[in-house]
Structure formats: structure tokens, C-alpha cells
Design a binder for this molecule. Structure first.
Ligand SMILES: Cc1cc2nc3c(=O)[nH]c(=O)nc-3n(C[C@H](O)[C@H](O)[C@H](O)COP(=O)(O)OP(=O)(O)OC[C@H]3O[C@@H](n4cnc5c(N)ncnc54)[C@H](O)[C@@H]3O)c2cc1C
Length: 300
């Protein structure tokens, strides 16, 4: 295995590395086996060293941020998981133009706006995501999505660090269509807003979320994307009678059929089996093939 020696090599380069790190600890759904290696870059320069090292070796690699849209296999991941959460921080370049490192929690960006009198990202309040993950997934809610706020972004790939203008064409439904690579940082544009108004919007969005979504148990939010047209995935799943279906300790929420909950000790295999059953039933009933929104990693 090409990983032999990689842990020592990377440590010698000053990177923090753990072997056999349990992945469930790093996902919001709390499932997943061990990562052969997990690396924790704390600075952009460390990420660059790591990229250089990994790109010269054919080692399977996964970029992990908040872990709120990832389902790792129970067998784990036989490669390098790069944990990007240590790369965090933000600074205001000019009023409302904020440079944010990829591992910064969305909550920190919202809080910064609140403190400084800027808003526009409150629609993501309550999502346990990072800025990098929210851009990569073009996270959205209440008719708005993250891509709308991005003015510029920087992607690290084999061509080096590429600066990209945050044009609308780069963002599709729950997808970033820009250059492949790691999103390193972005400039996000917020709008002037009184702290009272921002606070009111945060509470409003949080209340709307609590009303519709089961937030008391571990999950990864919606399991399936909404089809390009027609009813939402949650509606189709509900009409196909999936609310309340369970496998092991995994349950399709009786409150919102597109949420799969970990009741405690669920396995990724249980969740995958429920997703398979859900897809088959929706296809059988409506002829619509649902596409997973969650990133399924390390199977097979
Ligand atoms: C309770 C709950 C509610 C949610 N509600 C919503 C919602 O309303 N709307 C919504 O859109 N989502 C929602 N989500 C899902 C999730 O929060 C988003 O998809 C979020 O954008 C994922 O960000 P993350 O930092 O957790 O990314 P991760 O889950 O760590 O990663 C997701 C994907 O992005 C890639 N990635 C992450 N960071 C980078 C990077 N810096 N560079 C390159 N690739 C990267 C990963 O490789 C992976 O493929 C919800 C989740 C939960 C648990």
C-alpha cells in the first residue's frame, strides 16, 4: 500500500497526522469506520505541502470539512482524509467584503456579520457547515444559496493556487462547477443590515427550520436532492410511505421524510439500505429516480 511510510513522511514535514482515526467523530450523522490516515493542516502553507505530497502519489484522498454532508462506509476509508477544519479565520477587506478561510464555520461568518452590522448569510443559520463545504455544495435554503454571496474564490490544484471570480455559472443546485481541487478561501460579500434585523432574521430562519426538520438527532440534513422539476424529494418520499421506516438504529424521520436519523449506534450500512429502499419505492410509485445529496464515501 502506498500509504506505508506516508504518515512518517508527513510528520517529518511538520503535519499533524493520525492513523486509524474513527470517522464517525467527524460527521454530523455519527457513523463511519476508520480513516487509514487523517491529516490536519493548520495553515495554508501546510495544505500546499500536503497537496504537493499527495499529488505525486496515487493515494486515495478525501477533503473533509464540517462532515455534515458525508456518509463514510462502516469499513472506513483506505486513504488520506484531509481534515480542513483547522484552516479557519476571516478578515474584512472593505465594508461587507469578507475574506474567509475554507474551514471557518458558517456560524462564525453569521456571527461576524451580526457584530459588524452586515447580513445576507442568515438563511444558512443552523447548518453545521463550514464556508468551504457550503460553497462546494452550494448550500441553500429558503430560496437562497451560498454561491450568490461569493465574489471570488481560490482553488488549490495541480496548476497551483487559482483565483476564480465567483460568477453565477459556477454554481448549480447543490453543486460547484468551478475548477477541480480544494477550495481554500473565498471573498464573501455581505450587505449592510442593522444587528437587530440580522438577529430577527436568524431567529426567524431557525424557527422555520425547527418547525419542519427533526433537529434533535444526528443526521446529514436531506438525503436526496430535489428533482429538477416537480415535487420535492421529501414530498415524494412521504407519499411513497417512507416516513418512520427503520433499519437497525437508522430511521426515516416521521417529521421530514428526506431526513434519515441516527437513533444511537446506527451504521452507515443501515442508512444506505434505507436510502436504497427509499429510491426503489419512489421509483416504483412515481418513476422518478432520486439522486443522493449526501456524498457517499469509501464503499466497495
Ligand atoms: C441538520 C442539518 C441541516 C442541514 N440543512 C441544510 C440546508 O438547509 N441546505 C443545504 O444545502 N444543506 C443542508 N445541510 C447539509 C450540509 O450542512 C451542507 O451540504 C454543507 O454545505 C456541507 O458543508 P460541510 O462543511 O459540512 O462539508 P462536508 O460535509 O465536510 O463536505 C461535503 C462535500 O464538500 C467537499 N468539500 C468540503 N470542503 C471542501 C473544500 N474546502 N474544498 C473542496 N471540497 C470540499 C467534501 O469533499 C464533500 O464532497 C444540513 C445538514 C444538517 C446536519
Amino acid at each position: 500500500m502506498k500509504l506505508r511510510g506516508a504518515a512518517e513522511d508527513l510528520r517529518r514535514k511538520g503535519l499533524r497526522v493520525r492513523e486509524g482515526e474513527p470517522l464517525w467523530r467527524y460527521t454530523t450523522v455519527r457513523t463511519g469506520g476508520p480513516a487509514a490516515l487523517m491529516v490536519f493542516p493548520q495553515r495554508v502553507s501546510e495544505l500546499e505541502v500536503l497537496w504537493e505530497y499527495l499529488s505525486r502519489r496515487a493515494v486515495p484522498c478525501f477533503w473533509l470539512s464540517g462532515g455534515s454532508k458525508v456518509l463514510f462506509a462502516d469499513e472506513g476509508f483506505a486513504g488520506v482524509v484531509v481534515n480542513l477544519r483547522g484552516l479557519k479565520g476571516l478578515r474584512e477587506l472593505s465594508p461587507g467584503r469578507i475574506e474567509v478561510l475554507c474551514g471557518t464555520p458558517i456560524a462564525a461568518l453569521i456571527a461576524y456579520g451580526l457584530k459588524r452590522g452586515f447580513g445576507g448569510v442568515e438563511f444558512l443559520a443552523g447548518i453545521p457547515a463550514t464556508v468551504g463545504g457550503a460553497i462546494f455544495m452550494n448550500a441553500g435554503a429558503f430560496g437562497k444559496s451560498m454561491g450568490e454571496l461569493v465574489e471570488e474564490l481560490w482553488v488549490l490544484n495541480d496548476e497551483g493556487l487559482k483565483r476564480v471570480s465567483g460568477e453565477p455559472r459556477l454554481f448549480a443546485y447543490r453543486r460547484f462547477r468551478g475548477p477541480k481541487g480544494v477550495l481554500l478561501k473565498a471573498i464573501v460579500r455581505l450587505k449592510p443590515a442593522s444587528p437587530a434585523k440580522v438577529r430577527e432574521r436568524i431567529f426567524g430562519f431557525l424557527a422555520a427550520r425547527r418547525g419542519k426538520q427533526p433537529l434533535g438527532r444526528p443526521s446529514f440534513g436531506c438525503a436526496f436532492k430535489n428533482p429538477a422539476e416537480g415535487p420535492a424529494a421529501g414530498f415524494l418520499l412521504e407519499k411513497a410511505g417512507l416516513k418512520g421506516r427503520s433499519r437497525g438504529q437508522a430511521l426515516i424521520s416521521p417529521k421530514h421524510a428526506n431526513f434519515i436519523l441516527n437513533l444511537g449506534g446506527a451504521r452507515s450500512g443501515d442508512i444506505l439500505a434505507l436510502m436504497e429502499e427509499a429510491r426503489e419505492r419512489v421509483f416504483g410509485r412515481f418513476g422518478i429516480s432520486l439522486e443522493p445529496e449526501v456524498q457517499i464515501v469509501g464503499r466497495g
